[in-house]
Design a protein around this ligand. Structure first.
Ligand code: ADP
Ligand code: MG
Length: 243
């Protein structure tokens, strides 16, 4: 079953066709890689799906329901989370507080009820533990290392228990030890039911982690399948060599 379906989606910026009549689908329960040369439209696809920019044409369905035309908050409420190429966290809130922000957004109940609040706090501490950053729970977001910010952003997204999470370059600029931890935690979150769609240039990371890979080139899907099949696909090799 497909969790996310993109159907003949197009987006142009002036004369640049960033996404060009693109169709693809993300299987429920998968960790799917979205790869392609620079400028092939990957981030634009993320921005379209999450409602950050409006499409020109085409359909976007999540759990068989159209989400095309919904703004970012509505898409988030439907159960789609995302992280950014450069982790977006609140620098003047503590790590713990950063995890409580999306929870507060998702319901006023949590804001006004003391008992719910302490429950969310303990969930947030569990999340920090799970990511092995509980030692910085009280530190300001702005004081964290690059890798700790990436983990914190992932934790913040997971707090709202999204069914689908779009990750834009989770491995970018991260050291090898931390890379392993990120891959391991994504695998465990996936085993608990979260589907991931991951844009990533680190091919080793993608090939090890992903159950499916979708390749885009010039705004369109040119291949999809198991990592080992995709990496030897002539159309994929051509796209990368030509880029
Ligand atoms: P990728 O993430 O695969 O590297 P992008 O989706 O960022 O690719 O970009 C696809 C194309 O769209 C590129 O040619 C890029 O320059 C262009 N593009 C992306 N966003 C904008 C924008 N906001 N305004 C103008 N052009 C854009
Ligand atoms: Mg990009």
């Amino acid at each position: 079953m497909s969790l996310l379906e993109i159907d003949h989606l197009s987006k142009r910026f002036g004369g640049v066709v960033a996404v060009d009549d693109c169709s693809l689908s993300v299987p429920a329960g998968s960790i799917t890689g979205l790869i392609g040369p620079n400028g092939s439209g990957k981030t634009t696809i993320f921005n379209l799906v999450t409602g950050f920019i409006a499409r020109d044409q085409g359909g976007i369905r999540f759990k068989s329901q159209s989400i095309a035309g919904l703004g970012p908050d509505r898409v988030f409420d439907r159960g789609i989370g995302r992280t950014f190429q450069l982790a977006r966290i609140f620098p003047r809130l503590t790590a713990l507080e950063n995890l409580l922000v999306p929870v507060r957004r998702s319901g006023l109940r949590a804001l006004f009820s003391r008992s719910d609040w302490s429950h969310e706090k303990s969930r947030a501490m569990e999340m920090l533990d799970f990511l092995e950053i509980s030692h910085v729970a009280g530190a300001l977001g702005g004081s964290l290392s690059y890798g700790q910010r990436k983990l914190l952003e992932l934790g913040a997204v997971m707090m709202s228990e999204p069914e689908l999470v779009l990750l834009d370059e989770p491995a970018g600029g991260v050291n090898p030890a931390l890379l392993e931890r990120i891959a391991d935690r994504l695998t465990r979150l996936n085993a608990r039911g979260t589907t991931f769609l991951i844009v990533e240039h680190n091919m080793g990371f993608v090939m090890n982690l992903c159950s499916e890979v979708i390749v885009v080139h010039r705004g369109r899907q040119i291949a999809n399948g198991k990592p080992e099949a995709v990496r030897t696909d002539p159309a994929v090799l051509d796209a990368y060599l030509g880029a």
